[in-house]
Design a protein around this ligand. Structure first.
Ligand SMILES: Cc1cc2nc3c(=O)[nH]c(=O)nc-3n(C[C@H](O)[C@H](O)[C@H](O)COP(=O)(O)OP(=O)(O)OC[C@H]3O[C@@H](n4cnc5c(N)ncnc54)[C@H](O)[C@@H]3O)c2cc1C
Length: 566
């Protein structure tokens, strides 16, 4: 058994994980563990941009952090914790300038200042960008910084479980995917920054590695999952593959058209049109499709032709290539066929504004976490910001916790923990189970896609919960055929399925319990927002018999809940 020891272990090498690691590395010995090489994390594929009230745009002179915070809270349908949203909006300009000083090549206005574009649900053009490859540039910048700080990265490791006892964190176990050995990592602080869980759905824009297995490991280790029913469906994903076509396409002036060539958004949001918040635009598209005004095959058109070749080549080169490679259309000459698809996990590991979960020494940041700044609906451009702001804060909180407590991991406990996990892996490799893991996974993704989608109702949600409970009960008996240790994808997939099923159940149960419509959660049997009963976060705690559900107050400080109009 290989044993590694560090003071801080960051799980995940996307923007949140690297930012946390760089912060804590100022003082402590930090290592990052990642399922893939850092620059292959999903952050690399972020397209449209990152929000900050820099006031660089001619129409953005009156912007401010207060207005950014307000748009965020309104966009969240008042479910965001307002103290957290305010911290994020206040820190945003500093974060963007820090990335610029570290080397990010932002697109610029002719006067040399960082360029900004309009984005959905925002009162001013405040989204900073690097063409339509913003995540690529940001992630490469942070990776360079991690090299400069000589942060140790363990790549191609799958963290399967986190060791906690008596509400304290001691370390974790990870499968070395290359050798197949199970490794033990001792550390008094673990920061989980494992990204979203989009792949629990069958129609997601997320990378294949975004299974949510890391957040689920934290959940099984005693942290709570918060607001998991709030799944963002992005309005514009490519027909068939669900690859993202950035909101920047509409930010730059793209139109949405139905089969009658009508700019249908005028019926739903006459003011904001295509630049409404994502939840409402996605519902509008889905309504057009459901009522027969989409094209056969369930899609509508995103038309960029009027923007002209020059603008498309300069500002949207990446999405042009995606449309050509994956849908066979060149947006300079033809409209892009699009449909809504799963895009973002608003919920996640419940944390304080400093990233702490309810377990000592166990922290979380980024899409895996729920601080909560996005509430019931995230605004485009706020997630990259969330990763940097709360990644840094969790790194800083890790230092404080170590300074004040000097916690030491319990090696005896870790040894037992490793042995239990090794036994589980050996059982899987022996291939004696009866259940086909692929069948279970397929049933889960189809259930969420078709029964817990853009529009939801009690009957289907109940069916979904029952199906998912059934799958959870079948999981311990899963079987794989490949018994070798080296790069065994079946083993990796079967191990990750456990966490996917954990998350899926909290999504469906949260959606069933929440008898109102708010943000991305749209119940056709409860069409109204119900602040009296549901201006509350959903909390899920792990038990072997399924999630134990409760609710928690929303923090309201500056902005009183109002009806949301665009
Ligand atoms: C196509 C696309 C475009 C987007 N565009 C934008 C945009 O323009 N603006 C915006 O604000 N947001 C955008 N988003 C959202 C945003 O990019 C993400 O929310 C954000 O980048 C997530 O960063 P993260 O650091 O939390 O996680 P990720 O970047 O997803 O990184 C997760 C890390 O965790 C590791 N990991 C996961 N599970 C395990 C495990 N079990 N063991 C070990 N390692 C593990 C992975 O290897 C990876 O390194 C976009 C998202 C997508 C999918």
């Amino acid at each position: 058994m290989q044993v590694f020891q560090h003071q801080v272990l960051v799980v995940g090498a996307g923007l949140a994980g690297l930012r946390a690691a760089i912060e804590a590395a100022q003082k402590y010995d930090v290592a990052v563990i990642s399922r893939v090489h850092p620059v292959r994390s999903h952050s690399v594929s972020a397209q449209g941009g990152i929000n900050a009230s820099l006031k660089n745009h001619a129409d953005g002179k009156d912007d401010s952090w207060e207005k950014h915070a307000f748009d965020t809270v309104k966009g969240s349908d008042y479910l965001a914790d307002q103290d957290a949203a305010i911290i994020m909006a206040q820190d945003a300009p500093g974060c963007v300038y820090e990335m610029e000083h570290w080397g990010t090549l932002f697109s610029r206005f002719p006067d040399g200042r960082i360029a900004q574009r309009p984005f959905g649900g925002a009162g001013f053009p405040r989204t900073c960008y690097a063409a339509d490859r913003t995540g690529h540039h940001l992630l490469h910048t942070l990776y360079e910084q991690s090299l400069k700080h000589q942060i140790n990265v363990y790549e191609e490791r799958l963290v399967t479980n986190i060791a906690t006892e008596n509400n304290r964190c001691h370390g974790l176990v990870a499968l070395n995917m290359i050798s197949g050995e199970l490794e033990l990592y001792a550390a008094p602080v673990v920061i989980v920054a494992t990204g979203g869980s989009g792949r629990i759905y069958g129609n997601s824009t997320n990378a294949l590695i975004n299974t949510g297995s890391g957040a689920a490991a934290a959940y099984r280790a005693g942290a709570q999952l918060e607001d998991m029913e709030f799944i963002q469906f992005h309005p514009t994903t490519l027909l068939g593959t669900n690859i993202l076509i950035s909101e920047a396409a509409r930010g730059e002036g793209g139109y949405l058209l139905n089969k009658d060539n009508e700019r249908f958004m005028k019926k739903y949001m006459p003011q904001a049109m295509e630049l409404g918040p994502r939840d409402i635009v996605a519902r509008s598209i889905q309504t057009e499709i459901d009522e027969g005004r989409g094209f056969p095959g369930d899609y509508v058109h995103l038309d960029l032709r009027h923007l002209g070749e020059k603008k498309i080549l300069e500002l949207l080169p990446g999405i042009r290539l995606l449309a050509m490679d994956f849908a066979g259309v060149d947006p300079i000459h033809e409209p892009i066929p699009i449909q809504p698809g799963q895009h973002y996990t608003m919920g996640g590991i419940a944390t304080s504004n400093d990233g702490h979960t309810r377990v000592q020494g166990l922290l979380a940041a980024g899409e895996a976490a729920c601080v909560s700044v996005h509430g019931a609906n995230r605004l485009g451009g706020n997630s990259l910001l969330d990763t940097l702001v709360f990644g840094r804060r969790s790194g800083s909180e890790a230092m404080r916790y170590l300074n004040e407590n000097n916690p030491q991991p319990d090696h005896k406990l870790l040894q037992n923990f490793w042995e239990k996990e090794e036994k589980r892996i050996q059982t899987l490799l022996a291939g004696e189970g009866q259940e086909d893991y692929k069948e279970l996974r397929h049933k889960m993704t189809q259930t969420l896609t078709h029964k817990v989608g853009v529009f939801r109702q009690e009957k289907e949600l109940k069916e979904a919960v029952d199906i998912l409970i059934g799958l959870r009960k079948r999981y311990p008996n899963v079987k794989i055929k490949n018994s070798s240790r080296a790069y065994n994808l079946e083993l990796i997939n079967a191990l990750e399925l456990e966490g996917m099923l954990n998350s899926a159940e909290t999504v469906a149960l949260g959606a069933l319990n929440r008898t109102e419509s708010r943000g991305s959660h749209s119940r056709i049997d409860f069409e109204k927002r119900d602040d009296g009963n549901w201006l509350r976060h959903t909390m899920a705690a792990y038990t072997e018999e399924g999630p134990e559900m409760s609710t928690k107050d929303v923090t309201i400080t500056k902005f009183q809940p109002q009806e949301r109009k665009y």
